[in-house]
Each structure stands twice: as structure tokens, then as C-alpha cells.
Write a protein that binds this ligand. Structure first.
Ligand code: ADP
Ligand code: MG
Length: 702
């Protein structure tokens, strides 16, 4: 007993050297880790491909063939010609040459399993697995698991075959120790097989049906415990009276509201009602506000801040970039004019001289609303009574940054945190939102302000640039403005966007010369803040006709007069990012255009993305497709924040239905037994105590 926690080096066939390699490459330390390391796909060992039908396009094949001849080219290179009734093929070995030479006697038949490739126009296999026909059927089931591997593992002798052997040894040693972690009622209610059966069959499936049962059970379990931990945190927090009660709406809110130049959309009104009731409740608000680009989130943020101010607290709005913070500040000041609430801007480029009175104003409470970047959460910034933190475009902020906001509640160091409103314009697929924000309340603005016109999107090659320039000139002649965006290029993690965008700027200036009255501004990440602000302002104020930039303008920037968005090397952008960029136009009354310019060598995948952009403007559809095409791990905006717990077997893009089922199940369990105290739920509590669910830091951000 007690094998599960044993170090893998004691497993027969491992030893200290291999153990170190496995630990380093796969992070597997114990037998328990090992048996939770699953195959990522399976090969049907029952099917044999005739040599004539082998194609280099398939990942793996199995052929059954006789050895025709052996050719020992040198001590490290063996070439073996084999044939079946349909044709001949070469097998190549660079390791174990001597042993293999002796074994592969001409005339004998073997099963060769490996990856076919084209070499000098001929098919071969390098280092196929070689089995005698008897071995092949007796030693393994029909489906053989393929485990994730690395070059170093293979070089160290941990081949696929060896991994299977290790798994088999580990399972016979400790399968009986694995305890069921789902109560019978859940297993029966959802048609889930026992855990031991699932572990055995995920590695060595008896047949396809068994594999399916095993995989469904393990995926469900993974999604279920993740949801259970998130919902439990949400539950605990909503029960605890640990928020600032803000009972009134207050005069500043009404002053702003009554002076609005437009009426709020139904969706904006609904969301403000939700926020208002959260803030009045006495519990801490943790709300995610999702709304597509241009849906009017800023107004919602401002009115929410004014509720805090109306109740005697301060509010801050944190933006991911300096440019965006400045624009927010300018807009917000306009809205605040009728309220008399004092608002200030604090960013990295605020000078020391400006900072001093600002910090004093925050400490004394004279400043009601502060807008800024990360500078807002520096230690030196002390609030008199921070009651609400609004985080715009949250995906740009790391977990720890959000956590430090949390500590800035009224009466610093006290246990009462400010209310938190997280706003994102990145539409997030439902399954991902449920996981990333499973412990937050979510509001959605699903209605655009009236008057928005669809943006016409087209995809062109570089050969059509001259026509595009003429088109932009026509637009400028009608008084409009245009964005031209270049991708940021990272080489060795260093930003190398400057040459790219600067070359682009020169090209544009050549087409749109100053002598003909054109003015072109440029903004990129390497400029000083003053330079950036100066150029940006020239465009926002309408003095520049064209803004050439990298994606620094991606989020939030609002120039209603801009009617053209040109995206160069559009194939380099992800779908969500393209969607964000396109959202920069179509904000005014005029018809707007988005022109995607692809480079000559655009791949098929990228082309598919660009074509999707031309066919829809629905951010949620785009997000769903993005997730399908690239997997949630790569989804923009999620790399930094990441999933609270990494998924081992389930996939948010493929297992959406199972996730819904698991979440409902977790909700039902908590509804019936909120603190999981009933004996039947003991296994659940035990599982949740594991380190991987210790996601407290994650909950603090919210
Ligand atoms: P986002 O959700 O992208 O942050 P903004 O808050 O910047 O959107 O709003 C986009 C534009 O729509 C702004 O120019 C804003 O003034 C305008 N706007 C917001 N709400 C309304 C409304 N209810 N009616 C008309 N225009 C609105
Ligand atoms: Mg915005």
C-alpha cells in the first residue's frame, strides 16, 4: 500500500537517471502523477496498411512486411528493405543498430509501426517500432495510447513503447489504491463509470466503447471539480456581509444622467440596475461587464463611479494603456462637468510635480474619481475611501495586479474590499467565461447604441493597394479619417515593431504627401508618452487624416469621424484582435470600411480567419470560431490571465456540453449542501482540499 505517492524512480524500468529526465520534461514525480498523464490520442493497432497505400500525410501507420535485405551503412546507420504483397519500403535505424540488424533476418515477417515520411522522393520510416506478429496481438489491446513526448525523452530512451510499459507497471501497482471521488448519486445520475475503471481504460482501453466511457468520466470529473470550486467561492462570498453598503444613488449620478446627450440603451439601463443593486446589497460586488466594442461600457462605468461618490466613497478606473487612460479621462471629464465631482488622471508619465497634489487629493478624498493605468495600484497611492474599482479591458491585467487593487479598500488593511467591476470588450465564448469567470456575476450589454452602421469588410492582396489608396483619398476628401494598423512583431521576445510601422509610415507619407495637404500621424509602443499623446491627439482632434500605428490603438480609442480601418499583414492577427480593431470604425454616422490586406504567403488557416471576418460582425460568433480554430489556450486575452486550473483532459472548445452538465451538477450539489458537510459529499470536500484547487489568489482579483 501507499504506492501512489512513491517516486517514479522506484518503478521497475525507471531508476534515478530516467526519473530525473521524466521529472524535468513532463513534471511527473510520483506514480500518481504518472497515471494521471494520459494519452492524447490512440492508434488502432488492428489495422494494417498495405505498403502501396502508405502516404506521408498520415501521422502513423502499421505495415506487416517481410525483410528483403539489410544494409549496415555504418555502425550508426542501418537500412532495411521490407516488402509486402503490394510494394517495398525502407526502414531506417540510427540507434540499437547492432541488435536490430541481428533481429531483422531476411525472410522473416514483422509488424512495423511508425511515421512514414518522404525522403529523396521515396517513402521510408525512421525508427519504427518493430514487433513480431505474435507479440503484436498478444501484448497489447487493439487501441494503443500515444503520450505527449519530447525529443529529449525519446533520446533518453523513453519511447512511446516504454511509456506504455511504465504506465502498465504503475497501474498494476497502484490502481487498487485509487479512491472514488464522486458520490454514487452523481455517478449514477450522469452515467459515469467508476474512477478505477476510467484510469485503467484511458491508458489501456478494452475497446472503443470503454475508452469513450473512461474519457467522458475523466473529463466530467475535471470540469465538475473546477466548477464546484469556483461556485463554492462565489457562494461563500455572496453569503458573507463583507462589502460596502451604498444605499443611495445620490445627486452626482442624477446630475450626470439628466445631462446625457442621448438616452441609454435598454441594455445599458439593465446593467446599471444590476450594478446599483449589487452596490447597495452590503456584499462585495464582483461583476464582469461584457459588451462588444462600441456598446457603451464607458457610460456604465461613469455612472457606477458616481454611485460610489454619491455614497461618500471614491472610485478609480484603470485602463491597460496610457493612450486609453488619457482618452477615458477626457471623455469622463465631459460627463462629469454637470456633477462637480473632481476627477484626475494618474499614469506612468505623470510628473513628480503633478503627482504630489494628486496624491494629496486622493488621500483627503477631494478627488472623487481617478482614471489611470497601473500607476493607480502602486504602493504610494493611498485613497481616503476607495469604494469602487473599475478595470477596463481586464485581460491586460495580471492576477497579482488585480489582487493588489483589492487591498486598497476603505481603511487600508481593513477586511472590507472595494466593489469591483471588470469590463471587457473581448466577447468570450460561454464555456470559457464560465471557467475564467466562474465565480463572478456577469452582465452583458447585448445592444448597440442606435445609429451604428455595419462596417463593410473586404480582403485584398497587395496588388490592390493602389486602388485602396485612391479610395482612402476619396474618403479624406469627404472629411473622413483613416487608421492604418501594422502588426507588432516580436523577435526573441523583443518588440521589433518599429521598423515595420515606420516603413509603413514612410510608404503612406509618400502616397499622402504634406504638399497635397495630407497629414499623417504615427503612434507606436517605442515612442515616449508625450510623443504618443501628441500624435494621438492630432488624430482624435481631426488634424491628422491618417493614423499609422501598431496595435496600441486596439482598445477603446474612440474617433467617430474615422471611417476606414486598414489592417496590414492581417493574417498575423487573431480573430478577436481583428474584431477589436474593426470596432474602432463604424462609430459615427458615416458608412465605414475595414480593409484587410494580406501578405502574399498567407496560409490556408489564416485565410479562413480573414474570410470569417468578412462574413460576420458578431463578436460572440467570432469568439466561438476563434476558440474552435485555435483552442482556448491561445485565445487572445486569456494567455495572461489563464485558466484558474489547467485542464488535463477536457477541452473548453470541444466539451462545451459536458461543461454545462458539470456546472449544473455542481450548482445542484451546492444548493443542497452549501458547505459540503453531508457524509455523502465527503469525497468532494476531500478532492477540493487538493492544492490545485487552491485558487484563492484568483478569487481575490474579482
Ligand atoms: P465601449 O463599450 O467600446 O467602451 P464606448 O463607451 O466608448 O464603448 O461608447 C462608444 C460610443 O458610443 C461613444 O462615442 C459613446 O459616446 C457612444 N454612446 C454610448 N452610449 C450611447 C447611447 N446610449 N446612445 C448613443 N450613443 C452612445
Ligand atoms: Mg471602452
Amino acid at each position: 500500500m501507499g504506492e501512489l505517492k512513491n517516486d517514479i524512480q522506484f518503478l521497475p524500468g525507471v531508476g534515478p537517471k530516467r526519473a530525473a529526465l521524466i521529472k524535468r520534461e513532463l513534471g511527473i514525480n510520483t506514480l500518481e502523477d504518472l497515471i494521471h498523464f494520459y494519452p492524447f490520442r490512440y492508434i488502432d493497432r488492428s489495422s494494417i496498411t498495405p505498403i502501396a497505400s502508405v502516404s506521408p500525410d498520415v501521422a502513423y501507420v502499421q505495415v506487416r512486411a517481410r525483410v528483403v535485405s539489410r544494409n549496415l551503412i555504418n555502425i550508426k546507420h542501418l537500412s532495411v528493405m521490407v516488402e509486402d504483397d503490394s510494394g517495398r519500403m525502407e526502414m531506417v535505424f540510427f540507434k540499437g543498430v547492432k541488435w536490430t540488424f541481428d533481429r531483422l533476418e531476411p525472410g522473416r515477417e514483422f509488424i512495423f509501426f511508425g511515421k512514414p515520411q518522404l525522403y529523396n522522393g521515396k517513402l521510408n520510416m525512421v525508427h519504427p517500432e518493430v514487433d513480431s506478429p505474435q507479440e503484436n496481438t498478444s501484448s497489447r489491446g487493439v487501441l494503443t495510447g500515444v503520450y505527449p513526448s519530447t525529443e529529449k525523452l525519446k533520446a533518453g530512451g523513453i519511447t512511446g513503447k516504454v511509456m506504455c510499459k511504465l504506465q502498465s507497471a504503475a497501474i498494476s501497482l497502484c490502481l487498487s489504491e485509487i479512491t472514488e471521488n464522486l458520490p454514487d448519486s452523481i455517478r449514477n445520475g450522469h452515467g459515469l463509470c467508476p474512477l478505477q475503471y476510467a484510469i485503467k481504460n484511458i491508458h489501456f482501453p478494452d475497446d472503443t466503447r470503454a475508452l469513450e466511457l473512461a474519457s467522458r468520466r475523466l473529463k466530467f470529473e475535471e470540469l465538475f471539480f473546477l466548477q464546484l470550486s469556483l461556485l463554492k467561492q462565489k457562494y461563500v462570498r455572496s453569503r458573507a456581509v463583507n462589502g460596502i453598503a451604498m444605499p443611495v444613488v445620490g445627486a452626482p449620478f442624477h446630475a450626470c444622467y439628466n445631462a446625457l446627450p442621448y438616452s441609454l440603451t435598454g441594455a445599458q439601463q439593465r446593467v446599471i440596475r444590476e450594478i446599483r443593486s449589487d452596490m447597495a446589497s452590503g456584499s462585495q460586488m464582483n461583476r464582469l461587464l461584457q459588451g462588444d466594442v462600441g456598446s457603451g461600457k464607458t457610460m456604465v462605468a461613469v455612472l457606477s463611479c458616481l454611485i460610489a461618490v454619491g455614497n461618500g466613497y471614491q472610485a478609480c478606473i484603470m485602463a491597460p494603456t496610457e493612450v486609453l487612460a488619457q482618452q477615458h479621462f477626457a471623455n469622463i471629464q465631459k460627463y462629469l462637468a454637470p456633477t462637480g465631482v473632481r476627477c484626475a488622471l494618474l499614469t506612468g508619465s505623470t510628473t513628480r510635480k503633478e503627482r504630489r497634489p494628486l496624491l494629496e487629493g486622493l488621500a483627503s478624498g477631494e478627488i472623487g474619481i481617478i482614471v489611470g493605468t497601473h500607476a493607480l495600484i502602486e504602493d504610494t497611492v493611498k485613497y481616503k475611501a476607495l469604494g469602487l474599482a473599475v478595470i477596463d479591458e481586464q485581460h491586460r491585467f495580471g492576477v497579482s495586479q488585480r489582487a493588489s487593487l483589492w487591498s486598497k479598500g476603505p481603511g487600508q488593511g481593513s477586511s472590507v474590499p472595494p466593489h469591483v467591476l471588470v469590463m471587457t470588450a473581448t466577447p468570450i465564448p460561454r464555456t470559457l467565461a464560465m471557467t475564467l469567470y466562474g465565480d463572478l456575476d456577469v452582465s452583458v450589454i447585448d445592444e448597440m447604441p442606435p445609429g451604428r452602421k455595419p462596417v463593410q469588410t473586404m480582403l485584398i492582396g497587395q496588388n490592390r493597394l493602389p486602388g485602396m489608396y485612391r479610395f482612402i483619398k476619396d474618403q479624406i476628401a469627404m472629411g473622413r479619417q483613416a487608421f492604418v494598423v501594422y502588426p507588432m512583431i516580436f523577435i526573441n521576445e523583443k518588440m521589433e515593431d518599429v521598423s515595420n510601422v515606420e516603413q509603413g509610415y514612410e510608404d503612406i507619407v509618400k502616397e499622402f504627401p504634406l504638399e497635397e495637404g495630407y497629414k499623417v500621424a504615427i503612434v507606436h509602443g517605442q515612442q515616449s508618452n508625450d510623443e504618443k499623446a501628441f500624435n494621438m491627439k492630432a488624430f482624435v482632434d481631426g488634424r491628422a487624416n491618417i493614423l499609422v500605428s501598431t496595435t496600441v490603438i486596439e482598445v477603446g480609442v474612440d474617433v467617430p469621424n474615422a471611417s476606414v480601418m486598414v489592417i496590414r499583414s492581417a493574417q498575423r492577427f487573431g480573430l478577436s484582435q481583428l474584431h477589436q480593431l474593426r470596432g474602432r470604425v463604424g462609430r459615427g454616422a458615416e458608412k465605414s470600411y475595414c480593409i484587410l490586406v494580406k501578405d502574399p504567403k498567407t496560409g490556408a488557416e489564416a485565410l479562413k480567419r480573414l474570410e470569417l471576418m468578412c462574413s460576420t460582425e458578431d463578436g460572440f460568433e467570432i469568439a466561438e470560431q476563434d476558440m474552435k480554430m485555435r483552442g482556448p489556450g491561445d485565445l487572445e486575452g486569456t494567455q495572461q490571465s489563464g485558466l484558474p486550473v489547467s485542464l488535463n483532459i477536457a477541452s473548453l472548445s470541444r466539451d462545451g456540453l459536458l461543461l454545462e452538465e458539470a456546472r449544473h451538477c455542481a450548482q445542484d450539489v451546492l444548493d443542497a449542501d452549501p458547505s459540503l458537510q453531508s457524509p455523502a459529499n465527503a469525497p468532494l470536500l476531500r478532492e477540493l482540499r487538493k492544492d490545485k484547487y487552491n485558487i484563492k489568489d484568483y478569487s481575490n482579483i474579482s
